[in-house]
Design a protein around this ligand. Structure first.
Ligand code: 5GP
Length: 126
């Protein structure tokens, strides 16, 4: 793991290493399509990352290259992770940074799940 996916994918990125078990994580949910774990530098009381098992660089790469089974499985897993975290009654936010305008740091597709308090405006105002 991870398997399949993009030709330009960097197998040494930190989430690839987490999937291979080379770096520990605080796991929330896992199935054949996805792994969800707590962010190392949380920006909210609950801040969880959901990553696909396959080698996809970004949301753009994932939605262009992944199979329908992988896409459906991944988004069902993200929903299951949010439910397992107990976030459904009060709500939560999901976000994915793509590329440099969005400050994507880790080149393995991931969703952020934020919750545990009112989350304020959707984007910083400037
Ligand atoms: P991005 O900016 O790429 O959307 O977000 C990357 C996220 O990965 C950041 O929120 C960062 O705190 C998190 N992160 C980076 N390295 C690690 C790590 O080794 N473990 C965990 N759990 N999260 C990490």
């Amino acid at each position: 793991m991870p398997t399949g996916g993009s030709d330009h994918y960097d197998d040494q990125n930190v989430f690839a290493r987490i999937l291979r078990g080379e770096i520990p994580c605080k796991k929330v949910y896992e199935d054949e399509f996805a792994l969800a774990f707590h962010d190392i530098n949380p920006q909210a009381p609950v801040h969880v990352l959901v990553i696909p098992k396959g080698r996809y660089i970004s949301f753009a790469d994932f939605t262009q290259q992944a199979s329908e089974k992988e896409i459906a499985g991944f988004f069902r897993a993200a929903g299951a992770a949010a439910k397992a975290l107990g976030l459904e009654p009060d709500g939560y936010r999901i976000l994915s940074n793509v590329g440099h305008h969005a400050h994507q740091e880790v080149p393995h597709f991931h969703l952020h799940i934020f919750g545990g308090r009112p989350l304020g405006p959707m984007l910083a105002r400037r």
